[in-house]
Design a protein around this ligand. Sequence first.
Ligand code: FHN
Length: 447
Amino acid sequence: MSPRAFLAILTVVILAGMAPAQPPRETAEQRDRRMKWFREARFGMFIHWGLYSVPAGEWKGQRVGGLGEWIMHQARIPVAEYETLVHQFNPVRFDAREWVRIAKDAGMKYIVITSKHHDGFCLFDAKNSAYDIMATPFRRDVLKELAAECKRAGIKLCFYHSIMDWHHPDYLPRRPWDPRPGVPAQFDRYVAYMKEQLRQLVRDYGPLGILWFDGEWEGTWTHELGKDLYAYVRSLQPDIIVNNRVDKGRRGMQGMNAPEFAGDYGTPEQEVPAEGLPGVDWESCMTMNDTWGFRKDDHNWKSSADLIRMLVDCASKGGNLLLNVGPTAEGLIPAPSVERLADIGRWMQVNKESIYGTTASRIGKPAWGRSTTKGNRIYLHVFDWPKDRVLRIEGLKAAPRSARLLAAPRAKLPMQQDGSAWLIAVPSVAPDQVDSVIAMDLAPVGR
Ligand code: FHN
């Protein structure tokens, strides 16, 4: 080979390596196949767990405001001080089987857990970092144990991985209170470090359901880097799902996907969009109290009733609910969370078909509750049971053939038409004080 030919080939090889990765080409049918489990699942568990569960909202005897997992930022703790928490993190009561049981019994179909949050601590045996779970007194790879349990239980395992990293010397910008002068920073070296961790997570803990990125909002992370990271992750596992926070397309807490940005679904946070996010897949992530990572002083728990109705609200708008737990430094999911998840599970035992695999309401938002859809069946989620025992249904596009309570499916409920509406005669007492579900079968359209 002539030197000129060799040089030409070498140049092509180098440029190809530098070129941003391209996501795999995908038809609408292929994308629907990839998103199918997510759209059917409707309900997942979010887990924020790491070093921040040790201070749990308090630092040097002082209460620190804000989110539990942000204590390093809120208390302006330098890396050198914060990373000593590694020696205190010893979750001796951690039990992956119990965590997965709690999630599964609640009716959750997937778990998204923080493999690395903004503080940079790796909750797994990271091959390219010593700032990880193996440096703690616990010395067990909790994500490996969780992966095994999720596989055994048929729960999709997913990872939350923060792009922003307050610990890694190459991440920029550094925290103003901790500039670490004299420590050189090279952002592209940080990107390579993060990519190597993602490769390990997919290879050694996968196949994964979702890579849930976050911390994408700082100026160093760009649309180009976001598109490249999306394509890179999809190249590691082509059927993986990646949220919209891989790129710069999140519109604040509304979590709306902007089409020109990478990411498979929108991620509203701490809210359920009033009309959902029409035309895109989406998932609202919510806390049960006010914080994602554990705070010992956060007792502002939402009621089980509100959480059940929140799940129904998401499903009625064609979205998922990702409901958070923040385990303690001992490795326990807080009792109030466990109680609420058990309540949700009891409701799901009777009514799960009205959530799983459903699509958005075809009759809008009725005054008495919500509605979900599955083919020619609509589920009437009655929050406010009619005192006169007559449930009025507006907006049906086809005549109903039958209506039955999911809590008492053998008995057909009497129905009659009233102009454009339909009336269902219901029992005097609601089978469920939070949400009583009626399955109404409609005549196929056109008949
Ligand atoms: O800063 C994070 C926060 O700690 C938490 O992880 C939430 C959960 O979605 N996301 C970011 C705030 O939008």
